[in-house]
Write a protein that binds this ligand. Structure first.
Ligand code: C2O
Ligand code: CU
Length: 503
């Protein structure tokens, strides 16, 4: 039995060990179910040239901040899970042992994995049952800030902490070298211990900047916080705590920098519901990568809106010694814990000035500011155009649709390998939808009617509410059945998924 056959089979631990021995997978020498610290995870580079990684999903209790203890789910006991740092092109084999009391899977978000490794239960694999181990194997590409997370009942499991960074170092020299870097995973929690934070409604990540969407209009103010739990999707939890790397301020770990350094922050929004607006007081942020993909040139802004599932790499030039606040400017987020100090060497114990909430007068990142690199595969087939109308959530309902249909009744996009697909989204609902495509990245050609000459490359595009639109284009290069879905798990569960079938 070859490794490929093994990978497609979900087996019990005992069978797994037996099969491993037969298949000569002796390199997988780690104790199954053993808990590893992140360093150990990275140390397991096997002699075979395949990097072996062991993950275990299980329930934990976690203190997000003093007095805020939650039941959660963790990879290897950590929230976020261990950051996997791989080299572009490297082969990796990840054995996920499910020590939860319910099924699970892992999706490698933003990685061009073979379809059978994509982690979508019922589509690309059977859900991994409690006590079972499943082995994922793929090549790490493309380079950049990716992440991995559960794809089983995400509205619970992702919310409870099953998410982690996956960083792929470029094989070629980094276009934007830095002296130091930090990865920050932003997440929202419903702990029942505080005042609910207003929901993100129309969104801001596209192109309306500070005028439309949650920052300028009433939308953000009128979420669950202000209008009661039925406003915008029946069962959306009351998020009251915002974390950075699994901790809410004051429990967040300060980031240390030295004067003169160029510092990269890899920002990952693992939230189920909220757009965050990242800001480091006293500093500009230079956006260098969109969903992991390098721009031609950095874009200098004051703050970066990040929709659920999006990633931005930003560079900070550490030229203002002191202690500063890195935080989110969306209403209520800082008070809910989304804050971490950035402390220059020699300025420990310094007083950090809190920013004003809101984005008035600030330069905000928007998709149209970036110039992308032309990195996607060349098309060789037909050109197909799809119009997808996003709708739903009427009167607080949990039904979310594409062209009036709820998944699995939505129409699939049928493509042949080499075809180029242009997908035109129009959002008829009141809420923004961060639409994520599995298995390949796309170019963002236009947003809200504005066309971009040098489109940025992403795998999630935030389509703003109230008739916001976005046009994306990708080359169907990776065969298989791929989800194209809203990354707000409540919306995905409510039916906002289309299948992209590449043959
Ligand atoms: Cu982050 Cu279906 O994905
Ligand atoms: Cu949505």
């Amino acid at each position: 039995m070859g490794a490929a056959a093994l990978m497609r089979t979900s087996v019990s631990r005992r069978e797994f060990l037996a099969v491993s021995a037969h298949a000569g997978l002796g390199a997988l020498a780690l104790p199954l179910g053993g808990v590893l610290r992140p360093r150990e995870v990275l140390a397991q580079s096997a002699t075979s040239g395949v990097r072996e990684i062991q993950l275990e999903a299980r329930e934990v209790q976690r203190e997000l901040a003093p007095g805020k203890v939650v039941r959660a789910m963790a990879y290897n006991g950590q929230i976020p899970g261990p950051a996997l740092r791989l080299r572009e092109g490297e082969r990796v084999r990840v054995a996920l042992r499910n020590a939860l009391a319910e099924p699970t899977t892992i999706h490698w978000h933003g990685v061009d994995v073979p379809n059978a490794m994509d982690g979508v239960p019922g589509i690309t694999q059977k859900a991994i049952q409690p006590g079972e181990t499943f082995v994922y194997e793929f090549e790490a590409r493309p380079a950049g800030t990716r992440w991995y997370h559960t794809h089983f009942e995400e509205h619970r499991q992702l919310d409870l902490g099953l998410a982690a960074p996956l960083i792929i170092e470029p094989a070629r020299p980094d276009p934007f070298p830095v002296d130091r870097e930090y990865t920050l995973v932003l997440d929202d929690w419903a702990t029942g211990t505080g005042q609910p934070v207003p929901a993100t409604r129309e969104g801001v990540a596209g192109a309306r900047g500070g005028t439309g969407g949650m920052m300028g209009g009433m939308g953000g103010m009128m979420g669950r916080g202000g209008m009661g739990p039925m406003m915008g999707g029946g069962q959306t939890p009351a998020y009251d705590t915002m974390t950075i790397n699994g901790k809410a301020y004051p429990a967040t770990e300060p980031l240390r920098v030295r004067k003169g350094e160029r510092v990269r922050l890899r920002l990952i929004n693992a939230s189920a519901d909220h757009t965050h607006v990242a800001r480091l007081v006293g500093h500009r942020l230079q956006v260098t990568h969109t969903d992991g993909n390098p721009l031609v040139q950095p874009v200098d802004v004051d703050a970066v809106p990040i929709a659920p599932s999006e990633r931005y790499d930003v560079m900070v030039v550490a030229d203002r010694p002191g202690a500063w606040v890195f935080t989110c400017l969306a209403p209520g987020h800082r008070a809910a814990g989304e804050q971490v100090l950035v402390v220059y060497e020699g300025h420990e114990g310094g007083n950090a000035k809190a920013p004003d909430e809101g984005v008035a007068g600030l330069d905000l990142w928007q998709y149209g500011l970036g110039r992308g690199r032309d990195v996607l595969p060349r098309p060789s087939g037909r050109e197909r155009v799809y119009d997808l109308a996003l709708s739903g959530g009427m009167m607080g309902s949990d039904v979310w649709t594409i062209n009036g249909k709820q998944y699995p009744r939505t129409d699939p996009l049928r493509l042949r390998r080499g075809d180029v697909a242009r997908v035109r989204f129009v959002n008829h609902s009141m809420e923004a939808h961060p639409m994520h495509l599995h298995g390949q990245s796309f170019k963002v050609l236009a947003v809200n009617g504005a066309r971009y000459a040098q489109p940025i490359v992403k795998d999630s595009v935030d389509v703003e509410g109230r008739m916001g639109s976005a046009v994306v284009e990708f080359t169907a290069d990776n065969p298989g059945d791929w989800l194209f879905h809203c990354h707000k798990p409540m919306h995905m569960d409510g039916g906002m998924i289309a299948l992209v079938k590449v043959r």
